[in-house]
Write a protein that binds this ligand. Structure first.
Ligand SMILES: Cc1cc2nc3c(=O)[nH]c(=O)nc-3n(C[C@H](O)[C@H](O)[C@H](O)COP(=O)(O)OP(=O)(O)OC[C@H]3O[C@@H](n4cnc5c(N)ncnc54)[C@H](O)[C@@H]3O)c2cc1C
Length: 394
């Protein structure tokens, strides 16, 4: 297999790398929360991410895969891949609006009207409108199709009542892509619709949920007689399950784990173990080497997915394999970091005397969420068992 890229693609890579080198100061590259869900989503941290996003946007470096008429560069899949590699290499701050650009944007381009695309996509890319995902409910998570939030037609509007939960970024959001039940009598997958809801509408109430990291990255959202114009329906009424699945397909994408393995190796060189440096212990080196092998395997599965896309095929079950593998590897890495840190692992993020500013204890607490968000490990195993291995349904 030939892993080399064409000369033009390498030229693109070096153009982006040069732009990053010229525009991203060294101190901005220290991004301890490089993985999703590892972001202090409030106050100064959010403002920094927003400012960085807007700078990238002004230079045309946001959502390069989007068509030009919506603010992208119409970039090929190969260039998206190189773009992600360069962002990772640079240790750039996280961008904002991932639920918008990553999930609802592609869904609108597939299912939405031209008017909806023109209305929402440019503002999404500019981060002038932040989006959140209104799927999960107290009684509907893994079994999402059991959702109970209702929308009833009244003239030119749907009137929405119900509750969503674990809604990431709802406290920043201007818009929500919301799953609602529009036919309570139909089989559960058949009576669902996909609406675009203005979060500033009367009757929308956002309440923070504080996580064990101390952050309030996600929320409960209550809808009480919220009026949503019918033109905000995506796809057909009662056919929202298929629209929702399109967004989900984009949610379980690849993550590059090797940078965290390198950070772990650096930690092992920093801390003491049995009277000498932890890195001098061959067992420590073997464990880190195994993590590096796993990270490499995840990258190769990602390349397999990339090959599928190059052939014009839709995302396959590789996305479930990757989601399962990287989130479980991340947990194992964080647990081992705690072992290396010993009693220093008890010190919270940014506590005095904490090693590496306490980022490992923060990451340890955040690692559990990663195993749950975007579909739990058990659900990914079901998908792999049924769709890859052809096992009977459990
Ligand atoms: C960090 C984070 C961010 C999130 N952001 C959002 C968001 O922005 N918007 C949103 O809508 N939701 C969001 N979620 C919610 C997430 O999608 C749900 O938590 C997830 O789908 C699991 O649903 P649940 O919490 O209701 O657990 P449940 O579905 O009740 O599952 C409980 C346990 O049972 C297991 N289980 C359930 N069904 C099966 C089965 N068939 N076979 C085997 N085991 C099973 C699960 O694996 C789990 O261990 C987020 C969650 C997290 C952790």
């Amino acid at each position: 297999m030939d892993f080399r890229f064409s000369e033009e693609d390498e030229k693109f890579r070096s153009e982006f790398r040069q732009w990053l080198d010229a525009n991203l100061a060294g101190e901005q590259r220290k991004n301890p929360f490089a993985l999703e869900f590892f972001a202090n989503e409030e106050g100064e941290e959010w403002e920094k991410r927003l400012a960085w996003h807007k700078k990238m946007h002004a230079a045309g470096w946001i959502a390069i895969q989007y068509p030009r008429q919506y603010g992208g560069r119409g970039a090929s899949i190969t260039r998206q891949y190189l773009y992600d590699e360069e962002l990772n290499r640079a240790g750039a701050p996280q961008l904002v609006n991932s639920q918008g650009i990553g999930l609802v944007g592609p869904t609108l381009m597939h299912w939405g009207t031209e008017e909806q695309c023109r209305r929402y996509l440019p503002k999404m890319l500019a981060a002038d409108e932040i989006w959140c995902q209104g799927y999960s409910e107290p009684g509907a998570g893994s079994d999402l199709a059991s959702l109970q939030t209702r929308a009833v037609e009244e003239g030119d509007y749907f009137v929405v009542n119900g509750q969503k939960v674990w809604t990431s970024d709802a406290h920043h959001a201007d818009m929500c892509f919301l799953l609602v039940r529009t036919d309570a009598t139909a089989p559960k997958h058949k009576g669902i619709s996909y609406l675009l809801v203005d979060m500033h509408s009367p009757g929308v109430n956002v309440r923070p949920l504080v996580q064990m990291t101390g952050d309030r990255g996600f929320n409960e959202v209550f809808f009480e007689d919220v009026r949503v114009p019918k033109k905000n329906l995506v796809g057909e009424k009662n056919n929202g399950w298929l629209v929702a699945l399109t967004s989900l397909m984009y949610e379980r994408r690849a993550r590059e784990m090797m940078p965290i393995v390198h950070e772990l190796a650096a930690l092992a060189r920093l801390v003491a173990r049995n009277g000498s440096n932890a890195w001098d212990d061959s067992r420590v080196r073997q464990i880190v080497a195994q993590f590096a092998c796993d990270a490499r395997a995840i990258r190769l599965v990602g390349l397999r997915q990339f090959t599928r896309q190059l052939k014009g095929l839709p995302p396959g079950p590789e996305s479930s394999i990757q989601k399962l593998a990287y989130s479980e590897l991340n947990l194992r890495i964080q647990k081992f970091a705690m072992e290396l840190l010993g009693s220093y692992g008890q010190l919270a993020y940014q506590a005095p005397f904490a090693i590496d500013d306490g980022k490992w204890s923060y990451r340890m607490l955040a690692a559990r969420g990663m195993i749950i968000g975007a579909g739990t490990s058990e659900i990914q195993r079901n998908v792999i068992g049924e769709r890859v291995l052809g096992l009977p349904k459990g």
